[in-house]
Design a protein around this ligand. Structure first.
Ligand code: PEP
Ligand code: MN
Length: 337
């Protein structure tokens, strides 16, 4: 159940309202949106007389029953969309945000070269993996703390906000200068990690697991929200199907459904979905067309020599061409980039 509060209600009144429910044994989640504030009640609300509460509580404008298991991330608790701001970049709220960079940070020269180029092409946020979840323990595991340090250097030099993947809670201290913390597909249901990043004061990019349903993705987002962090970006990155010609199968329906079911921004990653360079640009355009809030694209200055995911990485010219094509489409779709 969610109660939408009247505009400009005093904080003290909201706190008293919350306390009155917590005394009755409910948990609550406060959702402060740009348009209005909402209080979600968690617990068995079947005995709560919604109409009565609305009529007898002066700070409540209206209430709704939320039947889905995801509550705070549910579109029903917000009139508008969640808009996330990092540095000069905005995610959600009608613009199309492009995140780009290498799968892995490999050297200062590499990450700086890629950052400058993708920024010039129009990317708003730089990605770069420092801790890499690799299927084989013998594959490159990332530059780890040193990789994060290089991202910090490049952030200072280019002004680009950075996103990088965290693999476990012990790494949190290292992520202080990382603007957006990524939870990778393999960790989507690492609930302790979700609770830990829920306590951070920075946005979380949550990727869908290889074999997870849309509802499970929303429930994982709910974990982060319930722990106190409302700045969550959902990312569809392809799921495992019987198809073997692509690395995964990009689920475009998921992008549409997530936008319908949740107020959180939704982006998609065509690089990990396809695994093949030639599919990345066409899929990126499709992602824009179904109404996503952005894309995340792997790029490399020399894909043939990349230490991870070279086969799906665009080179810097290919990325530049894609950005031009996306910008032309954005005009038709009336989106800012
Ligand atoms: C990545 O973004 O580098 C990555 C490992 O992605 P995923 O978790 O989607 O496989
Ligand atoms: Mn990768």
């Amino acid at each position: 159940m969610v109660f939408i509060l009247n505009p400009s209600v005093k904080k003290e009144k909201i706190n008293n309202f919350i306390l009155s429910w917590e005394r009755k044994g409910f948990s609550t989640i406060l959702s402060v949106g740009t348009e209005h504030t909402a209080v979600c009640l968690i617990g068995n609300t079947s005995q709560v007389d919604l109409e009565h509460v609305v009529q007898t509580t002066d700070i409540v404008a209206y209430g709704k029953r939320i039947t889905e298991r995801y509550k705070a991330v549910n579109r029903n608790v917000r009139e508008g969309n969640t808009i996330i701001k990092v540095g000069n970049a905005v995610i959600g709220g009608g613009c199309f945000t492009v995140i780009s960079g290498p799968c892995s940070v490999e050297s200062e020269e590499q990450i700086l070269k890629i950052a400058k180029s993708v920024k010039n092409s129009g990317a708003a946020i730089l990605r770069g993996g420092a801790f890499k979840p690799r299927t084989s323990p013998y594959d490159f595991q990332g530059m780890q703390a040193q990789g994060l340090e290089l991202l910090r250097v490049v952030k200072n030099e280019t002004g680009m906000p950075i996103v990088s993947e965290i693999m476990n809670q012990t790494q949190i201290g290292l992520f202080e200068d990382v603007d957006i913390v990524q939870i990778g597909a393999r960790n989507m249901q690492n609930f302790d990690l979700l609770k830990a990043v829920g306590q951070l004061k920075k946005p979380v990019l949550l990727k869908r697991g290889l074999a997870n349903t849309i509802e499970e993705l929303l429930m994982s987002a709910e974990y982060i929200y319930a722990a106190g962090n409302s700045e969550i970006i959902l990312c569809e990155r392809g799921i495992r199907t019987f198809e073997t010609m692509t690395r995964n199968t990009l689920d475009l329906s998921a992008v549409i459904l997530l936008k319908q079911k949740s107020h959180l921004p939704v982006i998609a990653d065509p690089s990990h979905a396809a695994g093949i360079r030639s599919l990345v640009s066409p899929l990126a355009k499709a992602i824009m067309s179904v109404g996503a809030d952005g894309v995340m694209i792997e790029t490399h200055n020399n894909p043939a020599e990349a230490l991870s995911d070279g086969a799906q990485s665009l080179d810097l010219d290919q990325f530049n061409t894609l950005m031009k094509e996306l910008k032309e489409r954005a005009v038709i779709e009336k989106k800012e980039m």
